[in-house]
Design a protein around this ligand. Structure first.
Ligand code: ZN
Length: 85
């Protein structure tokens, strides 16, 4: 599968159905933000062009994993090491 950037004029927002102007090259995995409603969409494929709405829930989970889990794991390890001592 080719994974070259592709020039795309606009996409239709998955959330509010408004056209989102791009007028630039996009790549698979790129995040597109709707100017109308602020929804974030990920480019799934370019040929055919397919975008997927990033669910707020999924974004939250991603946020949790990125920012909350490592400190929590650190705290748990600290607590465990105190218990062992
Ligand atoms: Zn939108």
């Amino acid at each position: 599968m080719e994974n070259k950037p592709k020039f795309v004029q606009s996409v239709v927002c998955k959330d509010c159905d408004e056209p989102v102007e791009l007028n630039r090259e996009i790549q698979v995995g790129e995040i597109i933000e709707c100017q109308n409603c602020g929804a974030e969409m990920e480019v799934i494929s370019l040929d055919p062009l397919e975008i997927s709405l990033i669910e707020p829930k999924a974004a939250l989970i991603r946020y949790a994993i990125t920012f909350l889990f490592p400190p929590l794991a650190g705290l748990t390890a600290q607590a465990l090491s105190k218990l062992i001592r």
